[in-house]
Design a protein around this ligand. Structure first.
Ligand SMILES: [Zn+2]
Length: 409
C-alpha cells in the first residue's frame, strides 16, 4: 500500500481513538458524580432527575462508542474495498463522464445512508423513547426520510453535475468559482430554508395575539430589532426537546419558538430565551458563522484542487482516476482533520453563547435566564457534570453550570 493511503487510514483510526477516549472520559465524569446533585442545583434539581440525566448521558455515550467503531470501519472499507465495485457497476451502465461521476457519488451516498439508517432508527425509537423524548411515529419518520432524500437529490444532483462540468471546463481555476458558488448558495439558503424547506417538515403558525406577543414585541423594540414575524413550530410532533431559534437576515429575519418551549416556560423565561437569540444577532454571530464556513470551504476546495490536479490519490487506493472517486477520497480523509478543528470552532461558538447570555442579562436581567436554563437542562436531561476535555471538543454551548455562573457574575 502507498504511503499516502497508509497516512489516511492512520488518521481515520487515530481520530476514532481520540473520540473513544473522549466518550470514556465523559462517561467516567458523569458516573463519578451520579450520586450527588451539584451544590448549585440542590434547590432546583432533584436527585432522581439528576440520576436520570446521568443515565441518559451514559446511554448516549454507549451508542456513540458503537457508532464510532462502525463509522470508522465503514470509512476504511469504502476506501479500501467498496468504492471500486460501486464505480465499476456505474461505469458498466453509464459511459458519459459527467453523468457517470455524478451517479457514482449519488450511489455511494445512498448506500452510506442505508448503512447508517439502523442507528438513526435505534436512537429515535429506542434510546429517545426510553427517556420519554420521542414523539415521532414510524409514519412521520418514514415520510421525513423520503422528503429529505428527494430534497437532497433535487439539490445535490445539479450541484454535483455543475461541479464536475466546471472542473472539466476550467481545470486551473474551477475551485475558486466552485467556492464562490457554494458561498452564494449558502447565503441564499439562509432566506430559502425558513421560507421553503423548513415548512416541508413542520408547521409554522404566527404567534397568537395576546399579552405574550405584546411583551415580545416590546422587547424587540427595546433591542432595536425588526423581524418578519414570530412563529410557533410544532416541534412536539417529533420530540419533547424544547428550543427557540432565529433565522434569516435583513427583512427575512424570523424568530421561531418550539411549541415544546412555550408549553413549559413562564412568560419571563420565554422573553429571556428570545433576548438571548437577539444577542446572537446583535453581536453578528450569524456573519461570524458564515465567515468560519467560508474559510473551511476555501481550504477544502484548495485541497480538492490539489487532489484533482495531482491525480495521485486514486492510484494510492488502486482506483481509476475519476473525479467522483477523488472527491470521495478527499471528503473521507478530511473528516479526521476537521474533528481536530472542533475545539477551535466550538470555542468560538461557546464564546458567542456567553456573549448572547450577557446581552439577555442586560435586557431582561439574569434571573429569568437562569431559571429558563435550569428548566431546559432538567427537561432535556443534560448532564450538569460533563468532562472538561470532552466539553472542549464536543460542546457548542457551554455547560449550563458555567452559563449560570457567568450570568451570576
Ligand atoms: Zn445561543
Amino acid at each position: 500500500m502507498s504511503t499516502i493511503a497508509l497516512l489516511i487510514f492512520a488518521a481515520i483510526i487515530l481520530s476514532a481513538f481520540l473520540n473513544l477516549y473522549l466518550d470514556r472520559r465523559q462517561a467516567a465524569a458523569v458516573l463519578a458524580h451520579r450520586g450527588t446533585v451539584p451544590a448549585a442545583f440542590a434547590e432546583t434539581v432533584t436527585l432522581e432527575e439528576h440520576q436520570r440525566a446521568a443515565d441518559y448521558t451514559l446511554a448516549r455515550a454507549r451508542v456513540a462508542v458503537i457508532e464510532t467503531v462502525y463509522d470508522t470501519l465503514l470509512a476504511i472499507l469504502w476506501l479500501g474495498v467498496f468504492l471500486r465495485p460501486v464505480f465499476d457497476f456505474v461505469a458498466a451502465h453509464i459511459v458519459a463522464g459527467l453523468t457517470r461521476s455524478t451517479a457514482t457519488v449519488v450511489l455511494v451516498a445512498a448506500l452510506s445512508y442505508l448503512l447508517t439508517l439502523p442507528f438513526t432508527i435505534y436512537k429515535t425509537f429506542v434510546l429517545e423513547a426510553r427517556f420519554g423524548f420521542n414523539r415521532t411515529t414510524p409514519a412521520i419518520f418514514a415520510l421525513d426520510q423520503v422528503k429529505a432524500a428527494v430534497l437532497q437529490l433535487a439539490l445535490g444532483v445539479p450541484l454535483l453535475y455543475g461541479l464536475f462540468a466546471l472542473l472539466r471546463a476550467l481545470p486551473n481555476v474551477w475551485w475558486i468559482f466552485a467556492w464562490a458558488g457554494l458561498m452564494t448558495i449558502m447565503i441564499a439558503m439562509i432566506v430559502i430554508y425558513p421560507a421553503f424547506i423548513a415548512p416541508l417538515f413542520n408547521k409554522f403558525t404566527p404567534m397568537a395575539e395576546g399579552p405574550m406577543k405584546s411583551s415580545i414585541e416590546a422587547l424587540l423594540k427595546k433591542c432595536g430589532f425588526e423581524s418578519n414575524g414570530l412563529f410557533v413550530m410544532d416541534a412536539s410532533k417529533r420530540s419533547a426537546h424544547g428550543n427557540a431559534y432565529f433565522t434569516g437576515f435583513g427583512r427575512a429575519k424570523r424568530i421561531v419558538f418550539f411549541d415544546t418551549l412555550l408549553e413549559k416556560h413562564t412568560d419571563d423565561e420565554i422573553l429571556s430565551v428570545l433576548a438571548h437569540e437577539l444577542g446572537h444577532y446583535k453581536y453578528g454571530h450569524v456573519i461570524q458563522r458564515i465567515g468560519e464556513s467560508a474559510l473551511l470551504a476555501f481550504v477544502t476546495f484548495a485541497i480538492l484542487h490539489w487532489a484533482f490536479a495531482a491525480g495521485t490519490l486514486p492510484a494510492a487506493f488502486r482506483l481509476p482516476n475519476d473525479p467522483s472517486l477523488v472527491l470521495m477520497i478527499v471528503m473521507t480523509a478530511i473528516g479526521p482533520f476537521t474533528s481536530l478543528l472542533a475545539p477551535i470552532t466550538n470555542f468560538l461558538s461557546r464564546r458567542a453563547e456567553f456573549q448572547a447570555d450577557g446581552f439577555a442579562k442586560s435586557m431582561v436581567g439574569a434571573a429569568p435566564m437562569i431559571s429558563a436554563l435550569t428548566k431546559l437542562t432538567r427537561d432535556n436531561l443534560a448532564t450538569l457534570t460533563p468532562d472538561w476535555l470532552y466539553t472542549l471538543f464536543n460542546y457548542s454551548h457551554p455547560p449550563v453550570p458555567e452559563r449560570i455562573a457567568h450570568l451570576q457574575g
